[in-house]
Design a protein around this ligand. Structure first.
Ligand code: AMP
Ligand code: ZN
Length: 472
């Protein structure tokens, strides 16, 4: 599998540290609010990457953190007059609600920064011990950026350019403008932790990820990912701290998703041009949002618009319809062995699986992978339409292929539980009554029953194998 590595600016063959295993860390949300559609992009695309690795037989150790202590969390807590933990607890709970809706699986670990404080303090102490960091007069601890000559290697910026652009803000006591805070001295009324070096305080954002990645995955990991905006300074600083503390490469592959835009501008909380995922989900459905994200390659910009969401909603509906059709036909189909024609058809259909794999192997090209699924669906629909007598064995094999590929992307997996529908018996009875009316050429009555079903939110479809119904 090839992945585009921001470090080398090239697509590289993925070679894991340990054969058959992947150690992956992705920067998670700062939990002071619900997350917006832009934030959802890394959550979804790296969930797909993880699923794809698992599909290819890797054992994946995936860590995605919660940044539960920072200015924004504290600000929100002060605004509401509650403890910062109450804010973090609330929005972590809400993160899981939206993540589940979007089909984003749980990571192997979801550490919170405040639960990793020992590891964070440990890594700061190491940096102090080996001279890569220093305690300033005000109690802040800064990283000595010039002590790491490779600084800038991820964002491909020469040290001189960074030096020219660096500034010291009011209240900071750095030796050099390029230095950055790994520890912030306590301010009155803010949560603070004791430290061996004496200054009570709280960690900087970058050091949290360095510590959490190392604690749960070890000093060298395979893949570190996040949104493009995190490349500098967040990931550059993570590299500097981790490599200086541990004396080894921090991450072999750095993956960054492109921006989700709106009117071709980055969607962001600060600009106010965002939609919360749950509001967008109310309008289009969670799964439509997932489908929309996968409709583009993860590194390209993707523009959010109602038209685009509607289009993806319709595409998803087509896939569901094809699946439901297959399942309905499977139920009604004759038993018996697959015909030679069916065996040949199945071989031709499995070419789409190879196409799907080739696309995913090419730097996770979900757009092309989806095309393969749509082509498979079209060919399947055509074949089923032309072969009323397709066998159960053929339909089951085609269905398994369809479910395998859509399963990797985690789309089209939802199911109406018809047996659990409280109106199921009544619906079936009405359908039987309508069939009877049609047989007696009482089309007015048949139409009336269709209307009655529609009023109940039930859509019906006449097929040569019988009547299919679904909740609208
Ligand atoms: P935050 O909670 O702001 O730290 O962001 C969580 C994740 O969302 C990070 O990986 C960000 O890079 C990513 N992110 C934020 N805005 C966007 C956007 N408009 N498009 C894509 N990714 C984004
Ligand atoms: Zn991070």
């Amino acid at each position: 599998m090839k992945l585009f590595n921001t470090l080398t600016r090239q697509k590289e063959e993925f070679v894991p540290i340990t054969p058959g295993e992947v150690k992956m860390y992705s920067c998670g949300p700062t939990v002071y609010n619900y997350f917006h559609v832009g934030n959802a992009r890394p959550f979804i695309v790296f969930d797909v990457l993880r699923r794809y690795f698992e599909y290819r037989g890797y054992q994946v150790n995936f860590v995605q953190n919660f940044t539960d202590i920072d200015d924004k969390v504290i600000g929100k807590a002060n605004e509401e007059g509650v403890d910062f933990n109450a804010i973090a607890d609330r929005y972590i709970k809400e993160y899981y609600v939206d993540a589940e809706g979007l089909g984003v699986g749980r990571a192997t670990y979801h550490p919170r920064a405040t639960e990793t404080m020992d590891a964070i303090i440990g890594i700061v102490q190491k940096l102090l011990d080996n001279g890569h960091a220093y305690v300033a007069e005000n109690g802040d601890v800064y990283f000595r950026t010039k002590s790491f000559p490779e600084y800038g290697k991820l964002s491909h910026q020469p040290m001189e350019d960074l030096q020219a652009g660096a500034r010291i803000s009011v209240g900071e006591m750095k030796e050099d403008p390029m230095d950055f805070a790994v520890w912030k001295a306590a301010k009155p009324g803010e949560p603070a932790w004791d430290t061996p070096w004496g200054s009570k305080g709280r960690p900087g954002w970058h050091i949290e990820c360095s510590a959490m990645a190392t604690k749960y995955l070890g000093p060298t990991i395979d893949i570190h990912s996040g949104g493009l905006d995190l490349t500098f300074p967040h990931h550059e600083n993570e590299i500097a701290q981790s490599e200086c503390a541990n004396g080894c490469t921090f991450a072999n592959y750095w993956l960054h998703n492109g921006f989700l835009t709106i009117d071709n501008e980055k969607m962001s909380k600060s600009k106010g041009n965002f939609f919360m995922v749950r509001d967008a989900a109310k309008e289009f459905g969670y799964e439509t949002i997932r489908m929309f994200m996968l409709s583009a390659h993860y590194r390209t910009p993707l523009n959010y618009s109602a038209e685009s969401l509607e289009m993806n909603k319709a595409s998803l509906a087509r896939l569901y319809e094809a699946r439901n059709n297959m399942e309905f036909r499977m139920e009604k189909a004759p038993d018996g062995v697959m015909t030679d024609e069916e065996t040949a058809k199945l071989t031709s259909l499995s070419a789409y699986k190879q196409k799907f794999i080739d696309a995913m192997d090419d730097d996770l090209n979900t757009a092309d992978a989806l095309s393969a699924i749509f082509e498979l669906t079209r060919e399947l629909n055509a074949y089923m339409g032309a072969h009323d007598d397709a066998t159960k064995a053929f339909l089951a094999a085609a269905h398994a292929l369809f479910m395998e590929l859509t399963g990797v992307l985690n789309i089209v997996q939802k199911r109406e539980d018809k047996a659990a529908d409280p109106d199921a018996a009544q619906i079936e009875a009405l359908i039987a009554k309508r069939t009877e009316a049609k047989k007696n050429k009482d089309f007015a009555e048949a139409d009336r029953i269709r209307g009655e079903l529609a009023d109940m939110g039930v859509t019906i479809k006449d097929t040569r194998q019988g009547v299919q119904w679904t909740r609208a």
